[in-house]
Ligand binder design. Structure first.
Ligand code: COA
Length: 175
């Protein structure tokens, strides 16, 4: 499955994305508000995981490709997490800092959200965000999500933003 937006192509990851993804995931800006930069081996595990989800037909991550240059600039898509004892589907994203603040992640996140509700028939999606991660909070808000509760995730204070299918339908009617 490939998603298209005015400026982006969101495609499934492939094994030969390892070099570029290793470069991105070794970068501290790209990995802000995470456990930190990743080694090539850890990036390989990330790719194995998301390619496995694709193969199994599960909600998964997309590579963000800039139409203008063909550059693989980051990822946006679904993760599977246990949050407060319940399995949740999260929309998560990271973008090369060279392209921040152009609305690109919002464009990607909206396409992923629409895909989740329209094609995958999800009922509820969340985004897990550190309270100090203001850009990520803005992306979640622009994605129609609202702050639902605060928790601790992987040892960090975390805001849980969410949108229900019902809220998404209402949002679509208002556009
Ligand atoms: C979060 C991230 C993906 C956002 O990508 P992006 O393409 O720059 O996002 P957008 O351009 O769509 O939107 C960013 C918004 O944050 C706002 N913003 C940027 N820096 C900000 C700051 N320091 N304080 C408050 N708002 C800020 C921008 O103004 C914009 O909001 P606006 O449209 O209302 O003006 C990017 O910053 C990133 O990769 N960060 C590191 C990884 C990360 O934190 N991922 C999320 C983990 S939960």
């Amino acid at each position: 499955m490939t998603l298209e937006t005015p400026r982006l192509i969101l495609r499934q990851f492939a094994a030969d994305d390892l070099d570029r993804m290793s470069e991105l995931m070794a970068n501290k800006d790209f990995m802000r508000f995470s456990m930190g930069p990743m080694t090539r081996e850890q990036t390989q595990s990330f790719l194995d995981k998301v390619i496995g989800w694709d193969r199994d037909g599960l909600p998964s991550q997309f590579a963000i490709i800039l139409r203008s240059s063909g550059t693989l600039a980051g990822y946006c898509g679904f993760f599977h997490h246990e949050v407060d004892g319940k399995m949740e589907i999260e929309i998560g994203y990271r973008l090369d800092s060279a392209f921040w603040n152009r609305g690109l992640t919002t464009e990607a996140a909206r396409a992923v959200r629409d895909h989740g509700f329209r094609d995958l028939k999800l009922n509820y999606v969340i985004s897990l965000i550190h309270p100090k991660n203001h850009p990520s909070r803005r992306v979640a808000e622009k994605n129609g999500m609202t702050l639902e509760w605060q928790t601790t995730f992987r040892g960090f204070p975390t805001f849980v933003f969410a949108i229900t299918r019902k809220q998404w339908v209402k949002l679509r009617c208002e556009i």
